[in-house]
Design a protein around this ligand. Sequence first.
Ligand SMILES: NC(=O)c1ccc[n+]([C@@H]2O[C@H](COP(=O)([O-])OP(=O)(O)OC[C@H]3O[C@@H](n4cnc5c(N)ncnc54)[C@H](O)[C@@H]3O)[C@@H](O)[C@H]2O)c1
Length: 334
Amino acid sequence: MKILVTGGAGYIGSTTAKALEQAGHTPVILDSLLIGPRVFVKDRIFYEGDIADRDLVERIVTEHPDIECTIHMAARIVVPESVEQPYEYYRDNVAKSLELFDQLVRLGKPRVLFSSSASLYATVDDFEVDEHAPLDPGSPYARTKRVMEMALTDMASATSLRAIILRYFNPIGSDPDLESGIYAREPSHVLGQLVMAAQGQKDAFTITGVEHPTRDGTGIRDYIHVWDLAQAHVAAVQRFDEVLNMEDAPSAIINVGTGSGVTVRELVQSFEKVFGKPVPIKEAPPRPGDAIGAFANVDKARDVLGWTSSLTIDDAIASALAWGKKRKDVLGYP
Ligand SMILES: NC(=O)c1ccc[n+]([C@@H]2O[C@H](COP(=O)([O-])OP(=O)(O)OC[C@H]3O[C@@H](n4cnc5c(N)ncnc54)[C@H](O)[C@@H]3O)[C@@H](O)[C@H]2O)c1
């Protein structure tokens, strides 16, 4: 199958493009390179441009009439930036996505797989959330994702559009061949910070929030290896129509995680085991807006996608550490 992948120069998009290729499919990348690096596109079919450029989307479909599905990953994704720049986030993640979806429907390309996020979920007592759990998107970024989930559901009810919405939990790790991974100069997420502390690029790793109502007081997440996440997309595009038939609806929402919650202290322990040395640790109060967290109930992913994660947190940590050493060769900066 030929699959249009918007945001295919990004962290998850480039890994998913590789997983699609390995399963015998052909990704067609549409990315503005707003954030993603050109080097992650490799020699794939590539259109540099904006998702809201209707003429460009028409040209892509004319040149690749055999595109069977679109994986829409292009977005702005930095939570604190979304608090400071809500206009840019709503414009790019909401308004531009609507232009893309409407154009795809007009061009007769109705199948859309959408990247949503676990950051939509409210905190629940045991931290395990299924797709019906209460929502409380806590930032402009998360709200743009929720708005798009609602827009896709409404468009699917009223038009030929068909949507599978994947709520990703916390992707970590890198491409298995170390051709892509986290590329921010100073990664803000927890594992990137741990790698920097381990490599001496920071004095210490700071645990923000140690008095949460979790088993050890630190935040809880469901860390999923990005390669497993990529495989979930392969399963979803291959079973697209079947998934919606099982759902008996024109759209579906599916959690994509491992099904296990890991606290920050547990992550640090796993990291030190894989790294082989202790990492200097500091403790600090939670940052404003820090969520206690959640982990996925993954029954639906197993039942309808026929997919479960297969890599361990140790695999993901080893992969992130290996990428940390290699990435200067790929990106040109440490
Ligand atoms: N990384 C995570 O932890 C995480 C968690 C949950 C959901 N997601 C979602 O997964 C998707 C991919 O995330 P990622 O981590 O790979 O992010 P990323 O920033 O690495 O990739 C996003 C890509 O989209 C491109 N892009 C942005 N706006 C564009 C536009 N208007 N037109 C064309 N291209 C545009 C960027 O250049 C970039 O290459 C996003 O939709 C994100 O919201 C990510």
